[in-house]
Design a protein around this ligand. Sequence first.
Ligand code: SAH
Length: 371
Amino acid sequence: MSQVSDKINLLGLDQQGLIAFFAELGEKPFRARQLLQWIHQRGVTDFAEMTDLSRQLRLRLGAVATIEVPRAIRESESSDGCVKWLLTERGGSAVETVFIPETGRGTLCISSQVGCMLNCTFCSTATQGFKRNLSPDEVIGQVWFAKQRLDQLTGGQARITNVVFMGMGEPLLNLTAVKPALALLRDDLAYGLASRKVTISTAGVVPGIDQLAEGVEFALAVSLHAPTNELRQRLVPLNRKYPLDDLMAACRRYVAHDQRRSVTFEYTMIEGVNDQLSHAKGLRRLLNALPCKVNLIPFNPFPGTPFRPSSNETMHAFQMAVRTAGIVTTIRKTRGDDIDAACGQLVGQVLSPNERRRLVQTQLAKQALMA
Ligand code: SAH
């Protein structure tokens, strides 16, 4: 997304931010509400079209501000109806955003960073390394873009009812951008989603869980993938910094804020690595008495990875074993894999399979050196 450097991009400001912006211009707070509706509900990016603002105010806004939205470099549709966009962001980088339609709902999976610094060994985003945090306008810009584009494509049929921060990056390491985006997603004058329809997925950034849990309502998903520190730190290196005891304590603090809260634990099933019944037993012990549910995700392969998905049979046996503890356990259907839009397949760059394979190999060699 190109940015005219001396103008502020109003796309990334939540209601509070817009009120502060208008206060500096000597304007009343209701201007913020007008702007929110123009930008996020009507999709208008040209101040000249905002007919309930005076001509003078429109000219002033044009002089100091802009509404810069992302553009799509590529749009792909999968055979099961998922749509993936590669969106331009500042400085030539790109991120991926995926729309997943289901009966009665539509989930948008958005990114929070260009690349990722967490190096999870089974995730293809890790293979491109970390480039930078997205800015607030770049995070919410993905929702703005998807809403407008889906309206164009389906005449309002396909609607975004849920948003999940499960694309590229670690949302709790970019709270500066994620917080205003959350506020806009929930604001009735922007996207108007209920708090439980917006999910933050984290690899386990403990201070981030605490920071968000205090002030904001949202649904929490934790990428667990293993019941012991020994195994988890091989899959999620961040576990060395925030081991399971600390992570589980943070989850318990999160639910303690409000008895309606519960945590979803994501568990990617990798053949022969974390899919045995002993792991299921460990999981039952770990989650004991915590209001939660477990979502089993079949590992999605990508070029160069040494891992394979668990078989359906193994997944079902594992599901049953966790369920015996009364924990709701579901198996996530893989969606959009024919366009590389499934979990852990987002790389946000136009890389050939060969280039990706090379990157993965470099990454694995680095990890072997660190181990
Ligand atoms: N950083 C955040 C959000 C991005 S990943 C997090 O870690 O939660 C979104 C989910 O996809 C996570 O649960 C992640 O562990 C999972 N995932 C990553 N790579 C995957 C793969 N190759 N197959 C299946 N799930 C994967």
